[in-house]
Design a protein around this ligand. Structure first.
Ligand code: GLU
Length: 273
């Protein structure tokens, strides 16, 4: 009798463990029936920001909300997951997220590992320097300077490969760490997409401290990253993005999130079919 109870309990434990595995995130590529997990940035004001009250704000976040809704997931059904630049491909490949909307530029290297819907936004690489700096006006000036960018970003890759290979490049996990370095004079400039830099510069705690140099060092076409080969999801997301532009939401969101930073956006790019 005793033995039977023990084995029944063991069997129950096995069933529980199996159920827990099946319900865990990642078991079905970022969605488990009624929930969806979406990767965003947590520390990029204007694009993807986790606010002190625990909510999420930014252009990418609202694009993600719009797309999720079109796919049948209301806000309450979304799990937000932080997607640092260097981890995006892995998060997608491991099925930790269904898709990623996180200032994620479409490029050849990434297309070998993941697919992209979009593009839904175009920006360009630029530099952020301290407001009183007059020594950095062009990209060549960086070769004798300390520069900060983020591991796994196109911004860091462009600096190393072509823009300023001789610059002292420091790479962090996120751009907010670079901003701290710029403020503390540990680095002379931060480089990434102008839309991101403008967001930091316009934060109240940074008012008057920094300026964008105003260079257009690359084309960064933001796409929504998803599992390679999932053409059904890609088609559905592209359809949602097309609607977002044609129903006027894109325009509204651009004004809402880039208006405060004064970032001069490009027109909506043509979304792939
Ligand atoms: N858009 C660039 C990239 O995808 C820079 C911004 C970022 O690191 O998220 O790498």
């Amino acid at each position: 009798m005793k033995l039977r109870t023990a084995s029944a309990a063991a069997a129950a434990a096995v069933v529980l463990a199996l159920t827990a595995t099946a319900c865990g995130t990642g078991s079905d590529s970022g969605s488990n029936g009624d929930k969806i997990t979406i990767g965003i940035k947590f520390d990029q004001p204007g694009l993807g920001l986790k606010t002190p009250d625990g909510s999420y704000a930014g252009f990418d976040v609202d694009v993600a909300r719009y797309v999720a809704k079109e796919l049948g997931y209301d806000e309450g059904k979304i799990n937000w997951k932080q997607a640092p630049s260097a981890e995006r491909e892995n998060l997608i490949k491991n099925g930790d997220v269904k898709f990623i909307v996180a200032s994620y530029s479409i490029n050849e290297k990434r297309l070998k590992e993941v697919d992209f819907a979009g593009p839904y936004f175009l920006t360009h690489q630029d530099l952020l320097v301290r407001a009183d700096d007059t020594s950095i006006t062009k990209v060549e000036d960086l070769n004798s300077k300390k520069l900060c960018s983020v591991t796994g970003s196109t911004s860091a890759q462009n600096v190393k490969e072509k823009l300023a290979p001789k610059a002292g490049l420091q790479q962090f996990g996120g751009y907010s760490e670079c901003l701290k370095g710029l403020e503390d004079k540990k680095v002379d400039a931060v480089t990434t997409d102008a839309a991101i830099l403008a967001g930091y510069a316009s934060q109240q705690q940074h008012w008057g401290k920094f300026k964008l140099v105003g260079l257009s060092l690359s084309d960064e076409n933001y796409g929504i990253g998803l599992k390679k080969g999932d053409s059904e999801l890609k088609t559905r997301i592209n359809k949602a993005l097309g609607e977002m532009v044609s129903d006027g939401t894109w325009r509204k969101l651009v004004r809402k999130h880039f208006g405060p930073s004064g970032y001069k956006n490009e027109p909506a790019p043509k979304i792939a079919g």
